[in-house]
Design a protein. Structure first.
Length: 156
């Protein structure tokens, strides 16, 4: 098959549970700073820094999306998928200790790879979004992105 453009219309229809107004928690601020240190201040997809991106990098909730923090969550399943979290001291009545812990379940992204049209995790199916990390530099990925990595940063 020849190279081709795949166009999809993504329609999302889910019921977000009732939850408290969003606030920036201390654990989010602290763990995002530690995540930036651990990831050397680079986007997980392309390897760019905040300076190269022209804006601060953003932390994405990779497991439990923040709006679902107060939902009826099967914590045993979460524990199985995120074994490096301190589950021995976790209190289910305080879900933000996990949900806002970016070291436990966050990833650092530049704005295009977080919320960008045709490139962001919030606008693409995961199976397409992740390809931006794995495709070779120079590949036209979407109408607004040609793949370019800081190869050394992405390959670690």
């Amino acid at each position: 098959m020849q190279a081709h453009e795949e166009k999809e219309t993504l329609s999302v229809d889910v019921f977000g549970p009732a939850h408290a107004d969003r606030t920036t928690t201390t654990i989010f601020v602290h763990s995002k700073a530690k995540l930036e240190e651990r990831e050397h201040g680079r986007c997980w997809i392309c390897g760019c820094t905040a300076e190269e991106a022209g804006h601060p990098l953003e932390a994405h909730h990779l497991g439990i999306e923040r709006q679902f923090a107060e939902a009826a969550i099967e914590w045993g399943k979460v524990k199985a998928d995120f074994p490096n979290f301190d589950w021995a001291n976790f209190d289910q009545t305080k879900p933000y200790t996990f949900v806002d812990n970016m070291l436990a379940q966050g990833t650092l992204l530049c704005k295009p790879h977080h919320t960008g049209k045709f490139t962001g995790i919030h606008s693409l199916p995961y199976s397409l979004w992740i390809m931006q990390r794995y495709l070779t530099d120079g590949v036209q990925f979407s109408p607004n992105e040609v793949i370019h990595h800081d190869t050394e940063a992405v390959n670690g």
